[in-house]
Design a protein around this ligand. Structure first.
Ligand code: SF4
Ligand code: SF4
Ligand code: FES
Length: 323
């Protein structure tokens, strides 16, 4: 079958903008997108730049945008793409600067991974050269939730809605890596606390919008968003509740326990606190909600059956203490 591939080409040294170029190629059964790209490079246009190595979904170097979604080219079947999209378009990963054509600059990605201290630390500051406590890990007992399967392909960062608007965000891959080390029992509690204190800063765990795109595109089922949720839970359990994100959760829980429902009139006080300047910033939103009838009275009584709701909270906190 003869097929047209549309490839986004861009050489920042000579081109003012990226542009699409069509390539016609005879494709065989079972061919992958990477195999097609290599043939195009060898047979039609030697200037096409792409990155690959293992061709077996192991090295993570061939991640790119295929038909609008982040995939490993070496494990993407052309037949399946045609069945779903009736075409094959290939572009570099989004959210990364392009070096040339399909090759992106991963420098910021690796900087973020390094920033989360992706090694076991014996000291609270993560700088000691002393090894962490020796201990034999049993897979049955210690769970890394498949986070250690990450091949650092960058697909999740390219798909990340938060990274798209805030390039400082540590991103799903780095945060998943942080979760892997937080889960490791060989690291002392004090070092874990330092880890969490770093992660709760702006651009860290609370900047994830929980859009789930990182989970959808990950070729190794790492589920970075779930890792971020575990980190958030660990931060709150460690008493790190001063950030806006943590206060949103604790405020929400506090209000449900108090009245059995979310009270939007009181929520800003829980999230922002009695900070007059920051409260002023939410006043326009509050007024709009008030006009639409979305703000209940701050003095609204608890809902009927509040005793049962409180007893659920009590049981849960007992269970958490036991586990
Ligand atoms: S869930 Fe969070 S980390 Fe994952 S893509 Fe969305 S914003 Fe990014
Ligand atoms: S978490 Fe998944 S998508 Fe993200 S870098 Fe690792 S393997 Fe790739
Ligand atoms: S070439 Fe190694 S993951 Fe695709």
């Amino acid at each position: 079958m003869r097929l047209t591939f549309t490839i986004t080409r861009f050489n920042p040294e000579t081109d003012p903008h990226p542009h699409d170029e069509p390539y016609r190629l005879d494709v065989g059964r079972g061919m992958t997108v990477l195999e097609a790209l290599i043939r195009i490079q060898h047979e039609q246009d030697g200037s096409l730049a792409l990155r690959y190595s293992c061709r077996s979904a192991i090295c993570g170097s061939c991640a790119m945008d295929i038909n609008g979604s982040e995939k490993l080219a070496c494990r993407t079947s052309i037949r399946k793409e045609l069945e779903r999209h009736r075409q094959v378009t290939v572009a570099p990963l989004r959210n990364f600067p392009v070096i040339k054509d399909l090759v992106v600059d991963m420098t910021a990605f690796w900087d973020n991974v390094r920033a989360v201290t992706p090694w076991l630390s014996a000291s609270p500051h993560g700088q000691s050269d002393q090894p962490a406590r020796p201990m034999t890990l049993s897979r049955d007992r210690y769970q890394f939730h498949n986070v250690d399967a990450c091949i650092m392909c960058g697909a999740c960062v390219a798909a990340c809605t938060s990274h798209e608007v805030s390039r400082g965000f540590l991103g799903p891959a780095a945060l998943a890596k942080a979760d892997r080390f937080l889960a490791d029992p060989r690291e002392p509690v004090a070092a874990k606390h330092t880890r969490l204190r770093f992660l709760e800063q702006p651009d860290g765990i609370w900047d994830c919008t929980r859009c789930n795109f990182c989970v959808e595109v990950c070729p190794k089922d790492v589920q970075p968003m779930e890792a971020i949720i575990r980190l958030r839970r660990a931060a709150i359990e460690a008493g790190l509740t001063r950030s806006g994100g943590a206060r949103h959760i604790t405020g929400f829980i506090g209000l449900i326990r108090l009245g059995g429902r979310l009270n939007e009139a009181l929520m800003p006080l829980h999230v922002v606190g009695f900070n007059f300047r920051r409260l002023l910033r939410v006043v326009p939103l509050g007024l709009r909600m008030l006009l639409k009838g979305k703000v209940p009275s701050p003095l609204a009584p608890p809902i009927p059956g509040i005793a049962q709701i409180r007893s659920i909270f009590d049981s849960l906190s007992r269970l958490t203490r036991i586990s």
